[in-house]
Design a protein around this ligand. Structure first.
Ligand code: NAD
Length: 382
C-alpha cells in the first residue's frame, strides 16, 4: 500500500503531515511512503531527510496517480480534490462538522475520508492519536510567547541594581489542553498566573500547575458531555462576563482559550472589560474566528491596539508557527491512527471499532459518520 504525504497548500500553513522520523515506522509495517517534493520545507524537513528515512520523493501528479492513502494536515484544496480518484483514502484534520460539504464531495468521488478531529478523546488507547490535543498544546505554548513579546514589561520578578520589577499578573480563561499548556509556560517564564474554567474538574489541574484558580459566584458548573463544556445560557453568559470584568482588570496579560464543540467561541472579554484594563496590557484571543472570538474586537491573524492602550492579538493557526514541533507531534498522531487501521499491509475500514467510528467520515460512496450525515440532511444534502 502506498501512503503519500502532500505539500500543504493553505495560506501560511507550514506544517507537514509526516516527519522523516516517522517514515521507518510505516515502512516497517510494510507500507511504501511517497512524499511530494518540498512537502517538509516549511517545517525544516528537507526532501533528503525523507529519502534517507526510506521514502520516495515524487512529483505532485505522480503522487495522486499512484497513492492509495494520502496524509494531510488540513483539508485538501479544490485543485487537490480534483486530483483525487475513486478508491483513494484521505487522512487529515478535515473538520467535517464545520465543513460537511467536503465530506459530501469526497463521498461523491468514492474517496474514503478519515478525520483525526473526530477521535474519541477519552479513550486511553487513542491518546497517541489525539491531534487536537497535540496541536492545542503547541498553540497554548506559543500564545504565551506572543503575549510576552508584546508586553512592555518583564514576566518574572527581577531584582536588579536598577530596581525591582514585579512579576506580570497573567490570567488564562479556559483551562483545557491549550489553557493548561499556557499556564505551565507562563509559570516557567515567572509570571504570577491565575486560571478559570466553567468545568469544575479543571480546578485541580490549574492548581497542580502552581496557578491560582478563580471561582465565580454567579456561574456554576457548565460541564457538558465527553469532558467538554456546555454552552452557557444567555443569563449565565451575562453574569459571567460581568463578574470576570473585575478579575480581568487586575491582570496585565490575559490569554483566552474557551471553546464549546459545534458553537461559536463564547465571548468572555467584553468591550467594557477591555476598557477596564490599563494601558500596556496584552490579550491573546486563541478563540479568535471570523464569527467572533472570546474577546470583543479581536481579529484572527491581526494585532489591534485599542484606544486605551490594550494590545489584542487575534491568534490564527498558532501550531503552524512552531512547525517542526507541531509536525513531529502530528506525525506521531497520524501514523498511530493509520497503523491502527492497517492489517496485513492493507487499510481495513471497520466502523464497529470505537476509534474508527469516530474518525471515518466517508466510505463506499456514503457519508458514514452519523453527525456529519445529519448535518447534510439538515441542509437538504445527502
Ligand atoms: P476545548 O478546546 O473544547 O475548550 C477549551 C476550554 O474552554 C475547555 O476547558 C472548556 O471547559 C472551556 N470553556 C468553554 N466555555 C467556557 C466559558 N464560557 N468560560 C470558561 N471556559 C470555558 O477543550 P479541550 O482543550 O479540547 O479539552 C476538553 C476536555 O477534554 C477537557 O476536559 C480535557 O481534559 C479533555 N481531554 C481529555 C483527554 C483524554 O482523556 N485523553 C484528551 C484531551 C482532552
Amino acid at each position: 500500500m502506498k501512503v503519500a504525504v502532500v505539500k500543504e497548500t493553505a495560506p501560511g500553513e507550514r506544517r507537514v503531515a509526516l516527519a522523516p522520523e516517522t517514515v521507518p515506522k510505516l515502512t516497517a509495517a510494510g507500507l511504501e511512503v511517497l512524499v511530494e517534493q518540498g512537502a517538509g520545507n516549511g517545517a525544516w524537513f528537507p526532501d533528503s531527510a525523507y529519502s534517507e528515512a526510506g521514502a520516495a520523493i515524487v512529483r505532485t501528479d505522480d503522487l495522486y496517480a499512484t497513492a492509495d492513502v494520502i496524509l494531510t494536515v488540513t483539508r485538501p484544496d479544490q485543485a487537490q480534490l480534483g486530483k483525487l480518484r475513486a478508491g483513494q483514502t484521505v487522512v487529515g484534520m478535515l473538520s467535517p462538522l464545520t465543513d460537511p460539504q467536503l465530506a459530501k464531495d469526497l463521498a461523491d468521488k468514492q474517496v474514503t475520508a478519515v478525520s483525526l478531529d473526530g477521535l474519541p478523546r477519552t479513550l486511553s488507547r487513542a491518546q497517541s492519536m489525539d491531534a487536537l490535543t497535540s496541536q492545542a498544546s503547541v498553540a497554548g505554548y506559543k500564545a504565551v510567547l506572543l503575549a510576552a513579546a508584546a508586553y512592555g514589561r518583564f514576566f518574572p520578578l527581577l531584582i536588579t541594581a536598577a530596581g525591582t520589577a514585579r512579576p506580570a499578573k497573567l490570567l488564562v480563561l479556559g483551562a483545557g489542553v491549550a489553557g493548561l499548556q499556557a499556564i505551565g509556560t507562563a509559570r516557567r517564564l515567572g509570571a504570577q498566573v491565575s486560571g478559570y474554567d466553567v468545568r469544575p474538574a479543571s480546578k485541580g489541574e490549574v492548581e497542580s500547575l502552581g496557578a491560582a484558580f478563580i471561582e465565580l459566584t454567579s456561574v456554576g458548573s457548565a460541564a457538558g458531555e465527553g469532558g467538554y463544556a456546555r454552552e452557557l445560557t444567555a443569563d449565565e453568559r451575562q453574569a459571567q462576563q460581568e463578574e470576570l470584568t473585575a478579575h480581568i482588570a487586575r491582570h496585565d496579560v490575559v490569554i483566552t482559550t474557551a471553546q464549546v464543540p459545534g458553537r461559536r467561541p463564547p465571548l468572555l472579554i467584553t468591550e467594557d472589560a477591555v476598557k477596564a484594563m490599563t494601558a500596556g496590557s496584552v490579550i491573546v484571543d486563541m478563540g479568535a474566528s471570523p464569527l467572533g472570538g472570546n474577546v470583543a474586537g479581536s481579529v484572527p491573524g491581526e494585532t489591534v491596539v485599542t484606544e486605551n492602550g490594550v494590545t489584542v492579538i487575534g491568534a490564527q493557526n498558532l501550531p503552524s508557527t512552531v512547525p517542526t514541533a507541531s509536525s513531529n507531534a502530528y506525525s506521531r498522531n497520524i501514523s498511530a491512527l493509520l497503523l491502527h487501521m492497517v492489517a496485513d499491509g492493507e487499510l481495513k475500514i471497520d466502523t464497529s471499532d470505537e476509534i474508527q467510528s469516530g474518525v471515518v467520515v466517508t466510505h463506499d460512496g456514503q457519508v458514514v459518520h452519523p453527525a456529519v450525515a445529519k448535518l447534510l440532511d439538515g441542509e437538504g444534502g445527502h
